[in-house]
Structure formats: C-alpha cells, structure tokens
Design a protein around this ligand. Structure first.
Ligand code: EPU
Length: 302
C-alpha cells in the first residue's frame, strides 16, 4: 500500500506544512479521536487524547472542565498529534510542560509503544519526532497532565499589558485564553482566509558575543534569555531588512508580523521559496545571523 518514491507521510491538519512539489507516496490523515481521563485527583488530571483531535477544540474543552495549562496555547492551528512534533509554544508556554508521554506506532518494530517525556527530547520547536523518529513513529495519542489550581502565566508583555489595562489583576484561565485569542487574531493572519503556516523561520538563538555585536548595531533590538543562549526575534530582524508588508504577485511578508509569509492564492511554490531565500539572505547580509525554517518543507528545501 505504501508505494511511491516518497514513502509515507502523516498529516494532522497540515497547518505547519509547505509542499514545494507533489508528494509521491501515501499521505495518512490522522483522525484518531477521543479525550479520556486516565487518572484524577484534587490537584491534576491525566488525559490520553487522540492525535486527530483539533488542538484548539481540545484546549477549550480542557479549560471548560477546569483543567489548566494550555490556555496560552489557544487558537494554535492544527491537531493534537502535531503539538509534540514541533513542541508548539506561544505567549511564554511550551506544550512539553504538560506532556507526560506519546503513544506511537513504530513502523520499524511494527508495534505500538509509549515514548516517555524524556525520550521525546523536546527543545525549542523540536523533538525526536522531527529527528530520529521522523520516518519511524506515527503519533496516535498524547498523554497530558493538566492542573486544577493553575495560576495564569502572564510573562509575555502584551498579555500582561492587556490585563493591566483592563484592571484585571487575577484573570481566570478562560479570560487568559480569550486574551490570547484576541492577540493572535490581531497579529496573525487566519490560515482559513490567507494561506500561511505561522512563523516561517525559527527565532535564532545566539551567544553573548553575537548579542553584543547586534546591540552595538541597533540598541533597540528586543531579546530574551532562552535555554541555550539568547533568543532574538526573527520577525524584528526581517522587519529591519525592510520586508514587512512586502508583496510580489501572490506571495508576501505579512504586514503585521514579518515572520509570517503569506500566499494570497494562485502562486507557485517556487515563488515562496524564492522570497524566503531573499529574506534569509538579507538577514544574513545585514546581521550575520542565519535563519532556519520553522515550517516543515516537503520537496525542495530552502
Ligand atoms: N517583531 C517585530 N516585527 C515583526 C514581528 C515581531 O519587531 O514584524 C518583534 C515584536 O515587537 C516583539 C518580538 O519581535 O518584540 C516578538 O514578536 P512576537 O511576540 O510576535 O513573537 P515571535 O517571536 O515573532 C513567537 C512564535 C510564535 C508565537 C509568538 C508568541 C516562533 C518561531 N514563533 O513569534 O509562534 O505565537 O512567539 O508567543 O517561536 C508559530 O510557531 O507559528 C508561531 C506563530
């Protein structure tokens, strides 16, 4: 059944994918459903969730049940099974903090097995499922541990500012979710309206030597500490190179968030790749920082 030179590929909802050519093989649409409570006490709940569930619907369902943790990750497009692959993150929270384990079908051993949190090897937009497990594991279910008495994480300045402005010092988790939805809608294009895969590049993680060089070049550069160094926003670097709001034919750089490349319809993959290369190369030329894609590209790479 799994024929074709490209073999197989599992798709959730395809929201973080870029096909630069047709896929010659079997595309498996993951549609395993179900949210099952496996363990519960007065502090937390352990859930086993089908990989084919819609991510945002699951987030809203969990909040409606009073289970906290995923509120900052509201409205991220895609499926539950895709969440661990790129360790989705937004507004100061990464999903790995709530993942206990991932149930997979191992196509090498031809068996169903459980990959522990440790074995997932989570990193910034990274996991074993993007590396050694990419052609091996088919994610079937994800195990989450959610909290019943969770305090909101409001580290991300626009989120904190939103509640300060509203005079709301103790927002509920539902209110945090609503605020995140509002911020996302105001900044990020809806993929159902304008084609996009969210952030096109990862935010580069640099060392203090590079940071000092960049700060000398432009003292207003935003930056923040990350696990392995200092993260600088790729969107800022791209905007500094003059790309924000740029459009050529069917392809462009979003006018409110330069990290998002958009497709207005009728374009060709080659045009998008070309724009992405021009953006990447201009950032390298101006800042000596090399951007790498965040989207999963199938076919010709950048
Ligand atoms: N910025 C600019 N110009 C731009 C865009 C951003 O100067 O055009 C500056 C902002 O002013 C801010 C900083 O860059 O100081 C960070 O911007 P933002 O908060 O919008 O977040 P980001 O770093 O661009 C990351 C994630 C997003 C996530 C947001 C919010 C990555 C690759 N992207 O973007 O995730 O929603 O933080 O937490 O880490 C995605 O992965 O597809 C995605 C949308």
């Amino acid at each position: 059944m799994l024929t074709g030179k490209d073999g197989w590929l599992v798709l959730g909802e395809g929201s973080n994918m870029l096909f630069t050519r047709d896929f010659e093989g079997a595309i498996i649409l993951m549609r395993i459903q179900g949210v099952n409570v496996m363990k519960e006490d007065d502090r937390c709940v352990h859930l086993q969730v089908g990989a084919g569930e819609n991510w945002h619907d699951f987030v809203r369902y969990s909040l409606s049940m009073g289970w906290g943790g995923l509120e900052n990750l509201s409205l991220i497009p895609g499926s539950v099974g895709a969440a661990p692959v790129q360790n989705i993150g937004a507004y100061g929270v990464e999903v790995e903090s709530f993942i206990l384990a991932v149930d997979v079908y191992d196509v090498v051993d031809r068996s169903v097995k459980t990959i522990t949190h440790f074995e997932c090897m989570f990193g910034y937009r990274d996991s074993v499922f993007k590396r050694a497990g990419r052609k091996r594991f088919i994610i079937m279910r994800v195990w989450f541990r959610l909290e019943k008495n969770r305090r909101p994480v409001l580290d991300y300045a626009p989120l904190r500012d939103h509640f300060l402005a509203a005079g709301n010092v103790e927002p509920s988790l539902m209110e945090v979710s609503e605020a995140v939805i509002g911020i996302r809608r105001s900044k990020l294009p809806d993929p159902a309206v304008i084609g996009n895969a969210g952030s096109f590049f990862k935010n580069p993680v640099i060392d203090t030597v590079d940071l000092e060089r960049l700060v000398n070049l432009n003292p207003t550069i935003p930056y923040y500490p990350a696990d392995e160094g200092i993260k600088v926003p790729a969107g800022w670097l791209i905007e500094q190179c003059g790309w924000k709001g740029f459009r050529e034919g069917a392809i462009g750089c979003h006018h409110q968030q330069a990290l998002v490349l958009v497709h207005f319809g009728g374009g060709r993959p080659g045009d998008l790749l070309e724009l992405a290369r021009r953006i990447r190369d201009s950032v390298t030329a101006k800042f000596s920082i090399h951007l790498v894609p965040e989207v999963n590209i199938v076919g010709e790479q950048l």
